[in-house]
Design a binder for this molecule. Sequence first.
Ligand code: ATP
Length: 229
Amino acid sequence: MSATATFSVSPKLFEPLGLFGGTFDPVHYGHLRLAEEAVAHLGLGGVRWIPAGQPPHRGKPQVTAAQRLEMVLRSTAKNARFSVDASEVEAAAPSYTVHTLERLRCELGGEKPLVLLVGADAFAGLTTWHRWRDIFSLAHVAVSHRPGFPVEAGSLPHDLATEYVDRWLADASGLKNLPSGGIVTFAMTQLAISATQIRKLLANGLSARYLLPDSVLDYIELHQLYKST
Ligand code: ATP
């Protein structure tokens, strides 16, 4: 009797993986809903959270990278679809998204669809990111709506508007057909929460409760973070 070997490619290989970078200073429910709703709207297998170590586009965060990482770990721990990537926090150099994507391509191979998750405000600033055009050869970009930041070509810088129009996919199910290169938008529950607002509340001794998870607030209180602006 001869045995016939059958080979099958794991569907997981082509299941899109969301990548969610940010300063998370601190992480809040706007971030958490974005990641949660991205899984549902974009058919993602999961979301890998990537807290920035030294974000190059903004002033120095108020708390250490290790503390921001810890808050992300606490807020995502109970969600089996979320994982946390500490590589940017552990790196000595500034965090450039394009470098992180290159590293992930080495780790995950060239075929897996990767989907960079960004809010509309972050997307509007994409042309200021290091080697921003190369990002499209490494990942798709999924842009979530955010209160106060319209997602439309007319409000984007010219070069980005061109990419947006050329790459836009009307149907997010197209993300799984290619490893990178598409742009999708998705509507999430609109939460006008920002880390800036939370830092200000805390610096003024006011309550930030219900804007972020209690586990994060407990950590902030324990370590007396954000006591001043
Ligand atoms: P800050 O107020 O300090 O600038 P932030 O609240 O914008 O912080 P970031 O860590 O800078 O948070 O954001 C990480 C990502 O999450 C960005 O892509 C941003 O657009 C997105 N994001 C943050 N808050 C929201 C929100 N309330 N709704 C949708 N997207 C959001």
